[in-house]
Design a protein around this ligand. Structure first.
Ligand code: HEC
Ligand code: HEC
Length: 293
């Protein structure tokens, strides 16, 4: 906090507390005088309920004074006035650092035990899997979904289909180094609108086998085969999806397939090595590996 804001908070807090004291000192202690009662005729409801300037109930007043005294104690103990530290020397940063150090210490033996295990063993270790699940919620769920089932553009990690391969080492690689998929924009190479439409139809029909009579077949063999393979089964080296099944990364509608072919796609899985380190990445790889089985 800049020092101007610190003083702003200081002045605001002190003035409010003083104002509360003033309010108590100057608020009425005695009950209403006979004159007041006589003069209250205009403020009578239901015949005998009068509005009068009555003193605060004792218990309420003492509670109010109690909270004021407590607030002063609090501000002496904690750094609530910002410009002074407070006798407890407490700070958010110090508390955070202490908690992080305690967590490191607590988890260090756990990570050491896990690092001696292979992925198969990790998958069968309930403690490793529960840690994997909470790591996933922290670092991966915002893109892959809390149940890892993905969304358009973000692959489902619980199914049998893998863009980049589903072996533990490949999953670990994806997590550590990231993945960068490049589907080039092929609209211009295909020719005109009608060629693109034919290609969309062709792609959609690939799950029922290739229609070699389609004019798009020859184009596919020329433009797409290098990445998606001769039968459309994809290629994990490029992260090129299998087009010959009913699992879609971006969606199965004509519009979406057309957009992919016309404009290309560039799905990016960010590298997590620097963020989470190799120990957590291995546990996550085991966790993700376990999801599809
Ligand atoms: C250079 C390699 C490459 C070529 C050539 C290529 N693709 Fe792709 N294609 C990819 C990659 C990689 C992806 C995944 C993109 C991503 O993950 O963002 C992809 C994705 C797609 C998708 C989306 C699939 C889904 O599950 O949503 C379709 C459809 C597609 N390609 C069709 C084609 C067609 C048709 C051709 C030929 C006209 C073609 N691709 C040529 C690499 C290629
Ligand atoms: C910012 C979004 C984002 C975050 C965060 C993210 N991912 Fe991904 N991830 C993606 C995208 C997008 C792809 C697909 C890239 C492509 O198109 O090929 C992907 C791909 C993957 C793949 C490859 C899937 C396959 O079919 O081969 C794995 C495994 C994976 N992510 C695991 C994780 C794990 C574990 C985490 C948490 C540490 C994580 N991801 C965090 C966006 C993200």
């Amino acid at each position: 906090m800049s020092s101007a804001w610190a003083w702003y908070v200081f002045v605001g807090t002190v003035v409010s507390i003083l104002a509360c004291f003033w309010l108590i000192m100057f608020s009425k202690r005695q009950g209403p005088s006979p004159d007041e009662i006589a003069g209250s005729e205009a403020h009578v409801w239901d015949e005998d309920i009068r509005e009068l300037n009555n003193p605060l109930p004792r218990w309420w007043l003492w509670m109010f004074i109690g909270t004021l005294i407590w607030s002063i104690g609090y501000l002496i103990y904690y750094p609530g006035l910002v410009v002074v530290d407070g006798v407890a020397k407490w700070s958010q940063v110090a508390q955070y650092e202490a908690e992080m150090a305690a967590a490191e210490e607590r988890y260090a033996p756990l990570f050491e035990r896990f690092s001696a295990m292979d992925v198969e063993a990790l998958v069968n270790d309930p403690q490793a899997m529960s840690l994997g699940s909470s790591l996933f919620a922290n670092y991966c769920a915002q893109c892959h979904g809390s149940s890892a089932q993905g969304a358009p553009g973000f692959p489902n990690l619980t199914d049998e289909e893998w863009l980049w391969g589903g072996e533990p080492a490949q999953i670990e690689q994806a997590i550590l180094k990231g993945r960068n998929a490049v589907m080039p924009a092929l609209g211009p190479a295909l020719g005109g609108e009608s060629e693109v439409t034919a290609m969309v139809e062709y792609v959609k029909s690939m799950q029922d086998g290739q229609d070699t009579s389609s004019p798009a077949h020859a184009k596919y063999m020329m433009l797409c085969i290098a990445c998606h393979g001769p039968t459309g089964n994809g290629n994990p080296i490029f992260g090129a999806p299998n087009l010959a099944n009913d699992i879609w990364l971006y969606g199965s509608s004509d519009t979406v397939i057309r957009k992919t072919i016309m404009e290309g796609r560039n799905g990016v899985m960010p590298a997590h090595e620097a963020l989470i380190g190799p120990d957590r990445a291995r546990i996550l790889a085991a966790y993700v590996y376990s999801l599809s089985r």
